[in-house]
Write a protein that binds this ligand. Structure first.
Ligand code: IMP
Ligand code: MG
Length: 183
């Protein structure tokens, strides 16, 4: 689905598919340099990170494995609850692995700070984070995000894996959801 297909549901377009892909390529070059000679384990956070994972992992000129976790911190609204629950755990043993958590967006940072601590306790050699988007609130939490795609304003955004009530994940670009949709 294109941004133009749901124009009425958007306040503005934030990034086109092409801008996102350029950014992902930029981050991939950094990761290749940082992980030269190593084989990182990419841990995607379902479901939002599906698109980032698909594009980032294929862009990466490194052998990398993939695993997935599903956690919940959001209900069907637009605010983080702060309560994190594991809905699906990893299949991999993290001992000695260089883990890169792949996330769509960091807002309050509650999800990622919890996840980071959880994975670090499993004996990984290293755990870093790649978040495609970061909102201003994240600055208040002590989460060390090594790779950030875009710093965005404090709006509720959808597309490229990001949903509102499970909708809009299949949008190619990313836009700001119009308030009339959720109020
Ligand atoms: P945090 O715990 O507040 O950092 O929220 C992280 C999770 O909330 C993300 O992984 C997303 O799934 C979801 N989220 C946060 N902001 C947005 C948004 O603007 N649009 C869609 N989902 C969001
Ligand atoms: Mg997410």
């Amino acid at each position: 689905m294109e941004l133009s297909d749901i124009e009425a549901d958007l306040t503005s377009v934030l990034y086109t598919e092409e801008q996102i892909h350029d950014k992902i390529a930029e981050v991939a070059r950094q990761v290749e340099a940082d992980y030269a000679g190593r084989e990182p384990l990419l841990v995607g956070v379902l479901k939002g990170a599906v698109m980032v994972m698909a594009d980032f992992s294929r862009e990466l000129k490194l052998a990398a494995s993939m695993d997935w976790m599903a956690v919940s911190s959001y209900g069907s609204g637009t605010k983080s609850s702060g309560v994190v629950r594991i809905l699906k755990d990893l299949d991999s043993d993290l001992h000695g692995r260089d883990v890169i958590i792949v996330e769509d967006i960091i807002d309050s940072g509650l999800t990622l700070s919890w996840l980071l601590e959880n994975l670090q306790k499993r004996g990984a050699a290293s755990v870093e984070i790649f978040a495609l988007f970061r909102k201003p609130a994240a600055a208040k939490v002590a989460v060390d995000v090594r790779y950030v795609g875009f710093e965005i304003p404090n709006d509720f955004v959808i597309g490229y894996g990001l949903d509102y009530d499970e909708k809009y994940r299949n949008l190619r670009g990313v836009g700001v959801l119009a308030p009339h949709v959720y109020s």
